[in-house]
Design a protein around this ligand. Structure first.
Ligand code: HMG
Length: 445
């Protein structure tokens, strides 16, 4: 069976940044340690006034197409995943296709376009759709362009403000891919939850503490479901575990739970037993509460062991590097985690071809999905070509007043007209509204 997966990746960050420990925390009267040690985000990426989900998505896609030498003829499908859409009917993918058609010869009239919604999970679901379309033999030799793009803004004063971000990830899904091939095995954990939602409103309603518990519960279900088709997982089976990263602190919690799960009944549990005992088994406790207390106590000890810490440093830490520099990109977040890990591996000169990743995606509301990916021979060159550093370094540093202004400028309820902080340079920009209230864009050389 021909491998299908991710052949190329590009990201586009919002061009502004807010330094959370040094600019945001002091005004909020918070200890910077909340951001450097707890949440784990140094900078939130934010969009300049002429940026939005369309410009970021189109700019990422254009760079990907230019780098791969693609024309519209080569793309048979454009799927956009977002939870920041501004239209309930016309999909963002049509706007992005329109932008791209303004700079390439030819058009995307032959391409199937859509928009996927399931909170942050939709990026992975769009990859799934592309995978299935190719596997079904309906692609006529063409590749799919999947774009995950979001402006993850919260109401000012909401606890979620500490995790904001804005950016897009464009991915080319194709046969015989250069970066990773996807497994056919998948696991799901899905339930009707009210933890984070946007009922026809721009900024989310969030029950923050509950959202953390729901994330962990659904991921656990997804892992068990994955194991039911793929067999038991073991830490040594996977070189990295890229997970949806609303903020690195969340992944720290998920990783500890995951490690306990995948080391149960293994030689690792036995080896750790001398120091911290065996894992609690439910049958040994009179009631659920005692069992849960015992698990918490076990995990407190587990996270202090050298074995766990070494695994975390190698298999998890590299996945959250970039996220700590940009914040939550919602639908793009797990794809940033994968990219972050592969970049770290490329930097240390690792030979990853044939190694596996266990990828955990999540969307509030809520659903988790877990699958594995096999790194392909061409991964190194494909990852070296992704422009990350120069974009992150070029961002404009906002002071707190500027941050409030730009947040207001993106607030659909406010009519705030401010000067841009950066100058457009070879990119798509938002130029205003048309006669039917459609958004308008142009390419600025
Ligand atoms: P909060 O109340 O601002 O922060 O809310 P906190 O007081 O809970 O502190 C955060 C962490 O920093 C804690 O770590 C503190 O201990 C630590 P924890 O105990 O949880 O391990 N901390 C410190 N550490 C060192 N030195 C210090 C210090 N101070 C504090 N001085 C919360 C945090 C995440 C709830 C909030 O930001 C929020 O509501 N965020 C939005 C929701 C969210 O991101 N949920 C995550 C799971 S749901 C999800 O991932 C889906 C999502 O991406 C949306 C989608 O799917 O579309 C959000």
């Amino acid at each position: 069976m021909t491998a299908v997966g991710i052949d190329a990746i590009e990201i586009r960050t919002g061009k502004l940044r807010l330094d959370l420990p040094n600019t945001f925390a002091p005004v909020k009267g918070e200890d910077p340690g909340k951001y450097t040690k707890g949440i784990g985000i140094q900078y939130s990426s934010l969009p300049d006034v002429y940026e939005d989900i369309v410009t970021m998505g189109a700019n990422a896609a254009k760079r990907l197409m230019d780098r791969k030498g693609l024309t519209p003829e080569d793309i048979g499908r454009i799927d956009v995943a977002t939870e920041s859409a501004f239209d309930n009917s016309k999909p963002v993918s049509t706007y992005i296709a329109g932008c791209l058609e303004s700079v390439y010869d030819g058009d995307f009239h032959h391409a199937n376009k859509g928009e996927r919604k399931f909170a942050c999970l939709a990026g992975t679901q769009s990859i799934d759709d592309a995978y299935n379309w190719i596997r079904a033999g309906r692609n006529r030799g063409r590749a799919a362009l999947v774009i995950a793009t979001d402006t993850a803004l919260y109401e000012r004063g909401d606890p979620g403000e500490a995790t904001q971000g804005a950016g897009a990830v464009a991915m080319l899904i194709d046969e015989d891919p250069d970066i990773v091939a996807l497994s056919t095995e998948q696991g799901y954990g899905s339930a009707d939850e009210t933890d984070f939602l946007k009922p026809n409103q721009q900024f989310p309603s969030v029950d923050g503490q509950r959202s953390i518990q729901v994330y962990l519960a659904r991921m656990r279900e997804a892992l068990e479901d994955y194991e039911s088709v793929a067999g038991e997982t073991h830490p040594d089976d996977f070189v990295y575990f890229p997970f949806h990263t609303p903020y690195p602190g969340m992944v720290r919690k998920a990783a500890l739970l995951g490690y306990r799960h995948i080391t149960r009944d293994t030689e690792i549990e036995d080896a750790l037993a001398d120091d911290i005992g065996m894992q609690p088994r439910e049958g040994d406790y009179a009631d659920r509460e005692d069992y849960e207390d015992a698990i918490r106590a076990y995990m407190d000890e587990l996270k202090e062991t050298r074995r766990y810490q070494e695994w975390y440093e190698q298999a998890i830490e590299p996945t959250v590097d970039v996220s700590g520099q940009v914040g939550n990109w919602y639908t793009g977040s797990v794809h940033v985690a994968r990219l972050s890990a592969l970049r770290a591996a490329a930097e240390r000169g690792a030979d990853l071809a044939g190694e596996k990743l266990l990828v955990g995606s999540y969307g509030s509301g809520a659903q988790a999905e877990i699958h594995s990916e096999t790194v392909r021979d061409g991964w190194r060159e494909a990852i070296d070509a992704v422009d990350v550093e120069s974009q992150l370094d070029a961002r404009y540093d906002l002071d707190f007043e500027e941050y409030e202004l730009v947040h207001d400028a993106h607030n659909h309820e406010k009519d705030v007209d401010i000067e841009e902080f950066t100058q457009p340079d070879g990119e798509f920009v938002f130029t205003g509204w048309g006669r039917m209230n459609e958004r308008r864009y142009e390419y600025v050389e």
